[in-house]
Design a protein around this ligand. Structure first.
Ligand code: PMP
Ligand code: GLU
Length: 480
């Protein structure tokens, strides 16, 4: 590689010569720390920004109902706790794509739980699935089709990789309703505009809606992706958190040669801060070239994933009936909380589609457009601001998920609503273990009058009740 250096002269291998003489910057007004065009207007990710804002406001003494960040936070399972402790002294750099034992465990796990025929050498492990999705977008050829709405980070990642985002319209009543027609239309329009759509990112269960594509929809989507020759990145980070009434099916079952599945420890194992994710790429020569490219990119950026965390992940993915119970109970509890919240919103006439997985709700406030507009609120961003500043409710606006500014939807993350009041440390953990222990007997909160009851009585979820109550109060002001 030959690059032109700032002060003239061709340099080999991109190694810059250090100038010792003082030179004026080239352009008038240029500073030595000028930013690249790709990041000049790049804000921190909406999710993490909101989480930090909430922490700051709470730190300043404000009471905030935090629905702005999706963070599974049940107590760490004893199996993972033991495994990380046992591996704590392993400080050497690991292989770039992950420990062989972990890659094998994940491959076997995907076979066992999702019916996918994947070998260990098709697995890449990284510090989170987020950097892996970025790596995939970066190394795969072509521009990227993103359903609207889609998770907040896909769009910025695509643009950081120097590619174009091609939005794909979905059915507003079923945000996962990505029809072959809508996809075909988006591809044709993109080509007409000079883009080169070759990658599609899908996410089911979905962040932001909690919706989950039905098995027949998954097959149709996979076959459409194949018909268009697309690389299909299937973000399955919430697969384990299906609430139980709809089966999670991976499109890799129907389109194995073109689908890349991603997942990780963050949601099902409540270990987002540990940063461990994986990608399973297709087999064959093309898959081998792809994983080699991911390995090369990873080796130049993050090198590898902390070994103790990988050791814990081996424990997470190997067959273990007790862990299966832990994950199933977490999923049930998230499902119960989301369903109770949805029922509470419905009582206040706030509509949103019923989630089938994960811990999000995506209500629509369009029916109050006029009343909101009278208060100067015409966009989802303004609505989210208003809720935070006037009502102490942190949410994320639909515009962060690729929707038009005027769409008056919000994403509500319900993952922190199981938190017990006023408890910390071991007492908090014990309260959460107690909730998990009662999860198997839970109704979904809507099925019957008793849906939200356990054999031991009503499940006390004060944070959830407060959140519902606060929304009721807010909506009541729109009716005046
Ligand atoms: N995809 C979606 C839809 C998510 O919500 C998240 C959670 N942050 C991720 C990917 C990334 O998860 P992680 O990097 O923690 O594996
Ligand atoms: N997945 C979480 C969310 O969407 C937050 C973590 C992240 O953005 O990395 O709220």
């Amino acid at each position: 590689m030959r690059t032109r250096a700032h002060g003239g002269g061709m340099l080999k291998h991109g190694v810059a010569r250090i100038h010792t003489t003082t030179r004026k910057p080239h352009a008038t007004g240029a500073t030595p720390l000028g930013l690249a065009a790709t990041v000049r207007s790049l804000p921190p990710s909406a999710t993490l920004r909101m989480n930090e804002l909430v922490a700051a406001r709470r730190g300043a003494g404000n009471e905030i109902i935090h629905l702005g960040f999706g963070q599974a936070s049940f107590p760490l399972s004893p199996q993972l706790r033991q495994a990380i402790a046992d591996a704590a002294s392993q400080t050497a750099y690991p292989p770039v794509l992950g420990l062989p034992a972990l890659r094998a465990a994940i491959a076997e796990y995907l076979g066992r739980t999702r019916g996918l025929a994947v070998a260990a050498d098709q697995i890449a492990v990284a510090p989170g699935s987020k950097p892996l999705i970025y790596a995939l977008v970066q190394v795969l050829d072509g521009d990227v089709l993103l359903p609207v709405p889609s998770w907040v980070s896909y769009g910025p990642q695509v643009r950081l990789a120097g590619k174009r985002v091609i939005p794909v319209a979905t059915d507003p009543d079923d945000h996962l309703g990505l029809t072959p027609e809508a996809l075909g239309h988006a591809i044709a329009r993109a080509r007409h505009d000079g883009a080169d759509p070759r990658i599609l990112v899908v996410n089911s269960p979905s962040n932001p809606t909690g919706g989950m594509r039905a098995p027949e929809g998954v097959e149709a989507l996979a076959l459409t992706a194949r018909a268009h020759g697309l690389a299909l990145i299937s973000d399955e980070i919430y697969a384990e958190l299906a609430h139980g009434w709809r089966e999670h099916v991976s499109p890799a079952r129907f389109y194995p040669e073109g689908t890349i599945v991603t997942g990780g420890l963050s949601k099902a194992f409540s270990a987002g801060g540990w940063r461990l994710g994986y990608a399973a790429v297709p087999g064959g020569d093309a898959g081998r070239r792809l994983i080699s490219a991911v390995r090369a990119l990873a080796s130049e950026i993050w090198s590898g994933t902390a070994v103790p965390i990988q050791a814990a992940a081996v424990a997470a993915y190997q067959p273990d009936p007790e862990l299966d119970v832990y994950v199933r109970r977490s999923a049930r509890l998230h499902g119960h909380i989301v369903a109770r919240f949805q029922a509470g919103l419905a009582e206040a006439s706030v509509v949103c589609a019923r989630p089938a997985g994960a811990f999000y709700l995506y209500p629509d406030f369009a029916r109050w457009r006029e009343q909101l507009s009278e208060r100067g609120i015409t966009t989802s961003a303004a609505l989210a601001h208003h809720l935070l500043d006037e009502w102490g409710i942190a949410t994320l606006p639909a515009s962060e998920f690729g929707e038009a500014p005027k769409a008056l939807r919000l994403r509500l993350a319900t993952s922190l609503l199981g938190e017990p009041d006023g408890l910390a440390g071991t007492a908090r953990e014990e309260a959460l273990w107690d909730l998990l222990a009662r999860a198997d007997g839970l109704g979904d909160g809507t099925a019957s009058e008793d849906g939200a009851r356990t054999p031991g009585g009503v499940l006390a979820l004060p944070a959830l009740d407060r959140a519902i109550g606060r929304f009721h109060d807010f909506v009541a002001t729109l009716r005046d």
